[in-house]
Design a protein around this ligand. Structure first.
Ligand SMILES: C[S@@+](CC[C@H](N)C(=O)[O-])C[C@H]1O[C@@H](n2cnc3c(N)ncnc32)[C@H](O)[C@@H]1O
Length: 217
């Protein structure tokens, strides 16, 4: 394991952390993550209308998909999903076909089901992100894309050291500070099933990034 490959919290701690986050999540994150969400949703829709959102949370992205899409959202946290369901009901989001409790590493869908798998602010929290990426690639059709929105840790220097130092603390509250984008690129190279096609810096000031990986046809 490389020094940067810091382990995320286990799923029980993650569920606990997001049970606490659920009531205040939208107040803290809605505006902050809106530009990254818009970018990620646009990238997914460019691939087609069958979309899987892994770690859909309170469903902040769901109303950005057009009614012609068929969106499935999954998440580890029942408490976050309950909020997503309330949004679906309140806003009449008929593009959302299903919401289900599910672990990113064990997706209950057949191979090649989706045109795009979107996962925003999630992959760096999963204890075994390579296993999650394997699942994303499996349920994706050939030529489809994995779209990840996230903060990724600095590649080196003082900022990287600081991010690595605070990583254990960050993971206790369901955040991640030190996970590097290179880990995902390494996954793609080692598996040979997909390639990174773009890594774009977005608001605020490039702190968040949107990464697209295309599954080989
Ligand atoms: C920072 S929130 C992001 C929520 C949403 N994607 C957004 O952008 O607003 C992280 C979400 O990932 C979920 N999560 C964490 N680990 C997961 C896993 N292994 N499988 C599925 N969901 C997971 C958490 O429950 C939480 O809802």
């Amino acid at each position: 394991m490389a020094a940067a490959d810091i382990k995320g919290p286990d799923t029980a701690s993650m569920r606990k952390a997001y049970e606490r986050w659920a009531p205040v999540y939208d107040v803290v994150y809605d505006k902050l993550t809106a530009p990254a969400r818009q970018r990620a949703v646009a990238a997914a829709l460019a691939c087609g209308t069958r979309i899987l959102e892994v770690g859909v949370g309170t469903g902040l992205s769901l109303d950005a998909y057009p009614k012609s899409a068929q969106v499935t959202g999954v998440d580890l946290s029942e408490h976050m999903l309950r909020r997503a369901q309330q949004k679906v009901d309140r806003l009449g989001l008929r593009q959302v076909e299903a919401l289900a409790v599910m672990d990113a590493c064990r997706l209950g869908f057949p191979d090649g089901t989706f045109d795009a798998v979107v996962s925003q602010f999630v992959i760096t929290l999963v204890p075994d992100p390579e296993a999650a990426l394997d699942e994303f690639a499996r349920v994706l059709r050939p030529g489809g894309e994995i779209v990840l929105a996230n903060h990724f840790g600095a590649a080196g220097g003082a900022l990287a050291s600081l991010e690595e130092a605070v990583a254990p603390l960050a993971s206790k509250v369901g955040w991640s500070s030190a996970f590097k984008a290179e880990r995902i690129a390494r996954w793609a190279r080692s598996r040979g099933v997909a390639e990174v096609v773009s890594l774009e810096s977005v608001f605020p000031g490039g702190f968040f990034k949107v990464m697209q990986l295309r599954k080989f046809a």
